[in-house]
Design a protein around this ligand. Structure first.
Ligand SMILES: [Zn+2]
Length: 686
């Protein structure tokens, strides 16, 4: 849009300013993940630059953003020799191998101390970039390590790679940068969706696309793929003391580096890094296949030298495979606390993600039908995070002729009761309240984190005690003796005593915890607190009372009584009412009273704040000044009601950093939004 004529000098200055600005936006976006302007603004600036350069071609320079695309297709790639060999890394798969590696290094350099620099290893394509006097002049693939292919045209299309280095000190001499070209997961999914729409077969993985795109003869194809780049090595003419320092410089001169990389004092810290990412790698926006552990001290790395084609001072640690195959021996049903029956595949044991696995969840009958999973099938199993593995799919080619489709049994495998199907048809349940497995789950819940939270009484111990016949219902827990527990496997005298003490410490509990532990349907978290607060006020209970006194206080309450609590709707109210009229619950509360359990009324210092009183608050995202629990407690202490979910009854949603779906819902329901600051003002804490 060059409407008015401008002088040559004006054009030159404008062109330079535009270039500088566009590169600043590029740098902030790719290196610091900050968008300073919208894509539209950015495009508009680039368009103006292109038009100016077209009018004044004498001012076009090779580092102009307009020079990223536009090269003509090649007939073949030129071979180029690397300035220094691009080495590969030796792999290892266990922590023991890392210890051996360190021992070998210590023998070679007995008098040197060093730390480590641990990097995530992105699953992409390694390339080398050469900058002469600050300007990108050549990009090459690794090739055989000595000779690679010149892919400069294609690499220029990747915006994460600067065409000119930043910083005055880096505009002289030859600088080499190495790093990984990769396709972010988001782009991979977009690309495959487009292919699906076009009726094409999807790409198998992001790595293949990255490699294929970089080696396109036509740079316009590469440009469309939206590849990214992270730098991991740097060669300057001057010496740099540590590998960590190299990464710092890389960022300064315009490259994206991996923010998750970490300097580690020793191998113990390296292990923490590896353990963390082995589990959390699923959450990364790109694929990694392991980590690279480097001796951080460059002087030591140099001195350690090269063995074969790999440097001694670095090693690649490969994460264990996330998928494996196995054969389903049997499909069994597991009974959950609420009676839901979950089908589970019993497998031939197989090593998956570093541990032996012999079961995989099949989720529900619907899922089995959809994937047509049968006993005797060979299946692909996968582990995501550290949860129970699941069956991805059946390898039909390996199905034996006599494999029959799975049918849901008619009776509960534990107690033999007739199984019923939920109205929506997805879940099956055992309706028998006395079903052993169900009891077991209820006991585990009673003692567990969301119940009385008795230290040392986790699900495994509960099962042991249950199988030994020591506990049948919750009241039995309070009658356990050291002598009963000690003979059990895994228990020594000390730990038996600790457990008995931990149980005794929970003989006095606040009502909300007791209600949550009992497993009143739909009553947990904030609802349990609201219900407890309401009951204690309305029923005029004393400072300390027995579970049976609680039952007596509640036995004549109607559903409408419970509905006075804002958090409680008709369905929840009905659930609570039905729960307390149950004969068995009455019995249990009586027994709990006999073994000495006491409910202690929580003294709450209420300083009523009129703008908070009776208002419902929900929190989302991370707050700076409080933990979530502290913020809720503050609201409670001022007479307000914290809640865990947004509904039409919510008065305020307090929005912290990284807010998610609650924010969307609140907007849809026109709930008032408060920033943390506004919240502080409202509660009078500023
Ligand atoms: Zn049953």
């Amino acid at each position: 849009m060059l409407e008015k004529k401008i002088s040559k000098q004006e054009a030159k200055e404008r062109i330079e300013k535009l270039r500088e600005l566009i590169d600043k936006y590029r740098y902030e976006y790719h290196v610091h993940d900050r968008s300073l302007v919208s894509d539209a603004v950015n495009d508009s600036l680039k368009r103006e630059l292109a038009e100016l350069e077209a009018a004044f071609p004498e001012f076009v320079t090779p580092d102009s953003p307009t020079q990223r695309v536009g090269g003509e297709p090649l007939s073949e790639f030129q071979k180029v020799r690397h300035l220094r060999p691009m080495l590969s890394l030796n792999d290892c798969f266990t922590f023991e191998e890392l210890i051996d590696w360190e021992e070998r290094l210590k023998k070679l350099l007995p008098n040197t101390e060093w730390d480590y620099y641990a990097e995530l290893k992105i699953d992409g394509l390694a390339i080398s970039l050469i900058y002469d006097n600050g300007l990108l002049v050549r990009a090459a693939t690794r090739g055989d390590g000595a000779i690679g292919e010149d892919i400069t045209q294609n690499i220029k299309t990747i915006e994460a790679i600067p065409l000119r280095l930043r910083g005055k000190a880096y505009q002289k001499g030859t600088i080499e940068v190495r790093g990984e070209v990769y396709l972010p997961n988001e782009e991979f999914e977009k690309l495959n969706q487009e292919r699906k729409k076009a009726g094409l077969a999807p790409f198998a993985n992001p790595r293949n696309i990255a490699a294929g795109s970089v080696r396109q003869l036509d740079p316009k194809v590469t440009a469309k793929r939206r590849l990214s780049f992270m730098a991991w090595d740097l060669f300057l003419e001057k010496e740099v003391a540590t590998h960590a320092e190299k990464h710092k410089i890389l960022e300064e001169i315009g490259f994206k580096v991996n923010k998750n990389n970490q300097r580690c004092q020793n191998l113990a810290e390296v292990k923490k890094f590896l353990d963390y990412w082995q589990v959390h790698r699923e959450k990364l926006p790109y694929q990694i296949d392991g980590a690279v552990i480097n001796v951080n001290l460059e002087r030591a790395r140099e001195a350690l030298g090269i063995v074969g084609k790999a440097p001694r001072g670095s090693i690649a640690y490969k994460f264990a495979a996330k998928e494996a195959t196995s054969v389903i021996r049997e499909i069994k049903l597991q009974v959950g606390r609420t009676g839901i029956l979950t089908p589970v595949a019993e497998l031939d044991p197989v090593i998956l993600a570093g541990t032996t696995v012999s079961r995989a969840t099949l989720h529900n009958a619907e899922e089995i039908k959809k994937k047509d999973i049968r006993e005797k099938d060979t299946v692909i199993i996968r582990k995501a995070g550290d949860i129970i593995p699941e069956v991805v799919k059946v390898i039909l080619e390996l199905r034996p002729k006599d494999a029959k489709p799975f049918e849901m049994p008619k009776n509960c495998p534990v107690c033999g009761s007739k199984i019923i199907r939920d109205p929506d048809g997805v879940y099956y349940r055992c309706p028998n309240k006395n079903c052993f497995a169900k009891r077991l789950r209820m006991l585990a819940h009673f003692a567990g984190k969301n119940g009385l939270d008795i230290e040392g009484l986790g699900p495994k111990i509960i099962e042991q005690l249950f199988n030994a016949g020591l506990i049948r219902d919750a009241s039995d827990i309070f009658e356990l003796k050291e002598g009963d527990i000690e003979p059990l496997e895994r228990f020594a005298e000390k730990s038996a005593q600790n457990l008995v003490n931990a149980i005794a410490a929970r003989k006095q509990v606040p009502l909300w915890r007791f209600l949550a532990a009992l497993g009143v349907p739909h009553v947990g978290g904030e609802t349990a607190r609201a219900l407890a607060f309401f009951i204690e006020r309305k029923a005029k209970l004393t400072k300390s009372y027995t579970p049976y006194q609680l039952w007596q206080a509640l036995k004549d309450w109607q559903e409408t009584d419970f509905q006075e609590i804002p958090e409680v709707g008709p369905i929840v109210a009905q659930g609570i009412k039905n729960f307390f009229v149950d004969k068995e619950i009455q019995e249990l509360l009586k027994k709990l009273s006999e073994v000495g359990l006491k409910i202690i009324k929580e003294e709450r210092k209420l300083e009523i704040n009129p703008s908070v009183y009776n208002k419902t608050f929900v929190f989302t995202g991370e707050l700076k000044q409080f933990s979530r629990e502290e913020a809720k407690e503050l609201v409670r202490s001022l007479g307000g009601r914290p809640s865990d979910s947004v509904s039409s009854k919510t008065d305020y949603l307090v929005v912290g950093e990284g807010a998610g779906s609650k924010l969307e819902k609140a907007k849809a329901l026109n709930v008032r939004l408060l920033s943390e600051e506004e919240f502080l003002k409202l509660v009078g804490r500023t």
